[in-house]
Design a protein around this ligand. Sequence first.
Ligand code: FES
Ligand SMILES: [Fe+2]
Length: 393
Amino acid sequence: MSTRPTTVRRDPGYAGLTTPVETLPAAWYFDAAHYQRELSRIWYHNWLYVCRSAEIGAARSFHALSVGDQSLFVVRGEDAVVRAFHNTCRHRGAALCSAASGRFASAGIVCPYHSWRYNLRGELVQTSSRAPGDGFELRDYPLYALPVVEWNGFIFAALTPDPPPFERSFDLPLDRLDDWQLGELVVGHRLHKTIECNWKVFWENYNECLHCPGVHPRLAQLVPIFGRALLERRDDPKWQDHAEDDDPRYGGGLRAGAQSWTMDGAPVGVPFPKLSAADRKAGHLYLTSLPSVFIVAHVDYVRVVRLLPLGPERTDMSIEFLFLPETVADTGRDISGAVEFTNIVMSEDAAVCELNQRGLHALAHRAGVLMPEEYAIRQFQEWVRAELTGGAA
Ligand code: FES
Ligand SMILES: [Fe+2]
């Protein structure tokens, strides 16, 4: 009889970490100076999800977004083009929009301080002075323009003139979600939560399922592989034992009989008609754009979760539920089964994120350690480090 201990099989297909990896320093999750560094290097340098296109569907309507000490707004022009600007007047710097959203008067963008007036392209068209000083030219004082992208009904903007290429800020090719007709979807419901944790704590929790069996009993039932504390088939060091096994415990996807992330597993919205059999079987597809948003596509709805840091230890989370227009138009439809399910799962996540945040302050705790299943956290933490040092992610 062999006395060799049972060894965990390693193979190139295995996704997990094979050695312990130290986490980011604990202080990075609460230190105010470090937080400012992350705002500057990460939040002010990457694409941020602002709002759905329909929120500024009409010409002159705007939507503002604040992060750290920065504020920008997006506005739709009379030419239907969306533009983004710093929320700052070129005169002496007053904030132009005080409301989070609204519609400018037909005169354009008028500063509430001394009434400088801009058109929707951001050009200064009028000051309030009786006579401008010698050499003053309106054209020298346009609003500070920012990059903006309108993609499939989502508006993203960046607080730097040179953000990374938009497509590269996503972890999947953007056409991967084409079958969900994202551009046509409408918001059927919104949820909002403030979580008392650093924004990275949220993303780290998002990137592992080691917590799923204990924290998400309902989700662990609906997605059996999550119930095994794994995200994917190859996260199990012994995955090859079940390499061809179609059982959702090994292959992922929803439990038998379930089709969507809802209270009873039944779709609440009209199913998206173009989905492949594989996408229907998987039941969910994640698309992530760090640092501000992830999109989860189900068979009948799409969930958009946007994060914004409110401080070193506070994060704002807003969730939009997108459906086909016919789902939202049908007043007889009850979408609450999707909303309630999401609310349960996200509340469970928020609670453990807050727990995580509270413990990080221990004087003795300099850093934690990542376990094999937390390989995606390591990727995230490497991205954070690379962003902070200005390197490529
Ligand atoms: S600061 Fe805007 S008009 Fe004076
Ligand atoms: Fe979770």
